[in-house]
Ligand binder design. Structure first.
Ligand SMILES: O=C(O)[C@H]1O[C@H](OP(=O)(O)OP(=O)(O)OC[C@H]2O[C@@H](n3ccc(=O)[nH]c3=O)[C@H](O)[C@@H]2O)[C@H](O)[C@@H](O)[C@H]1O
Length: 443
């Protein structure tokens, strides 16, 4: 008999609107049976029905407005998982088309870095299956457009949350993944003040769910995952080296990434999982994240809207080691290629496995006002700047990567400076938002 779709995957893994609708629906059905047996009580029941409908609508609108207001990510695991058609698509997507090719599960595949890495792997003949919950932290239509792009390259992206154990189990039942490229996360440094729980949900609980699956898989995959430059926190020794202190995070986002480094270490130690953590430094480029400064500044400068530029203590400009997406992708692919094997099977360690951490930065910090002036040049428009001293929002004054280790071990060699990368970004932005974004663009 063909396996039946997992019914519970029709509903989100966290309580949401759909469950409220279901409960009300059942209650109303039962009421209808009982009440319409007598015509004398019909009028009273009709009144009650109106009252129930009104209260239902007000709950619904409260949920909706709360969701928008909090900008809360909604996992939408409502797509039917399983069944022969679904499995066929997964297998086709995971098909390897080169000798010694990899078979990679990319989490966060509809995200910025995830979509680029998935494409790069597929283009060289690796098998790739994506997983993404398409939450609304930022405009999901951009995620769906990225998915369409991947679809055009025969990469199937499963819609589901990394916290959904049944999806993970099913995926590993269908494909013996050699590698997991784990890029699904709650990103953004300052948003953690607004919505701390989504960081714990994705970056800690979700990470553990995924590692549990990886450690139990046979064969165990090697895991490469996205840590962050933010783990250096209040470290002021520049440039930042992997051996520097990372025990003073300045934001909850940073703290969850630091926790991720500790959690992955324990899975490496106990279960023999091969682990590589990549500390990304403010990654930017085409198909980027609209919540990031370079992207939202571009939107606002074009529209003639004011932009807010944060400044640090004593009026010091903030600076970031902005790193172009193509350089990051090369670092990710090299990390997969050099990961070494996990040694365990079925949850039992058989020997020591690699545990690595690398900085993937650009080694050339640029101040935020300089970044703005580069954008002004490409957009041919002056920004309306509002400069504010911003302390205690999770930001650090500067980031600066020492990449010697990644150069040596991964052959990582970033080649794109900020002006070049932003020129490519603006070109993509205009093709996507201003012109017809279905047309392919060379940037
Ligand atoms: O390396 C990382 O690990 C992180 O990089 C990125 O974080 P950040 O370096 O904070 O990037 P981003 O938000 O673009 O702000 C850039 C600069 O603009 C300043 N900034 C920001 C917004 C604003 O309105 N005004 C402003 O001055 C702001 O103060 C900052 O100085 C990722 O988002 C994060 O997910 C994580 O991956």
């Amino acid at each position: 008999m063909p396996p039946s779709p997992l019914e519970e995957d029709i509903f989100p893994s966290t309580p949401g609107k759909i469950k409220i609708e279901r409960t009300h629906h059942h209650t109303m059905n039962r009421s209808f049976h009982r009440c319409f047996t007598s015509t004398t009580t019909m009028f009273l029941w009709a009144l009650l029905l109106i009252a129930l409908t009104a209260s239902y609508l007000s709950i619904q609108s409260f949920v909706d407005s709360g969701t928008r207001f909090l900008h809360h990510p909604i996992p939408r695991d409502h797509v039917i998982i399983g069944g022969p058609h679904w499995e066929k698509k997964i297998r086709a997507s995971a098909q390897v088309h080169r000798v010694h090719g990899l078979s990679v599960l990319v989490t966060g595949a509809a995200g910025f870095v995830g979509s680029h890495v998935a494409l790069a792997l597929k283009k060289r003949g690796d098998g790739v299956v994506g997983l993404d919950n398409f939450n609304d932290y930022y405009d999901p239509s951009l995620k769906h457009a990225r998915r369409a792009l991947l679809d055009g390259h025969n990469i199937f992206v499963v819609e589901g949350d990394i916290n959904n154990e049944r999806i993970l189990v099913k995926l590993f039942e269908v494909v013996p993944f050699t590698h997991v490229m784990h890029l699904a996360a709650q990103a953004g440094v300052r948003y953690a003040i607004e919505n701390p729980h989504s960081y714990v949900h994705s970056n800690i609980a979700g990470l553990v769910k995924l590692l549990e699956q990886c450690k139990s898989a046979d064969p165990q995959p090697a895991v490469v995952w996205a840590s962050s430059s933010s783990v250096y926190g209040l470290n002021d020794k520049a440039p930042f080296s992997e051996s520097d202190r990372t025990d003073r995070p300045a934001s909850l986002y940073a703290a969850t990434k630091k926790a991720g480094e500790a959690i992955t270490h324990s899975y490496n130690h106990i279960y023999g999982l091969s682990i590589t953590g990549l500390r990304f430094f403010t990654v930017y480029g085409p198909w980027g994240r609209p919540d990031m400064a370079y992207f939202s500044f571009t939107q606002n400068i074009r529209k003639g809207k004011r932009i807010t530029i944060y400044r640090g203590k004593n009026g010091v400009d903030l600076a970031r080691d902005f790193t172009y997406i193509d350089d990051i992708v090369k670092g990710c692919v090299a990390a997969l290629d050099t990961s070494g094997k996990s040694t365990g099977s079925g949850g039992k360690k058989k020997g020591a496995a690699p545990y690595r951490i690398f900085n993937l930065g650009n080694t050339q910090p640029v101040t935020v006002p300089t970044m703005v002036s580069i954008l002004e040049k490409y957009l041919k428009k002056k920004a309306k700047k509002h400069v504010v001293t911003m302390l205690g929002n999770g930001d650090v004054p500067f980031t600066h990567a020492n990449i010697s280790l990644a150069r040596r071990e991964l052959g990582y060699n970033p080649t794109t400076d900020l002006p070049t990368g932003l020129r490519k970004f603006v070109k993509w932005y205009e093709s996507y938002y201003v012109e017809d974004h279905r047309k392919p663009v060379k940037y």
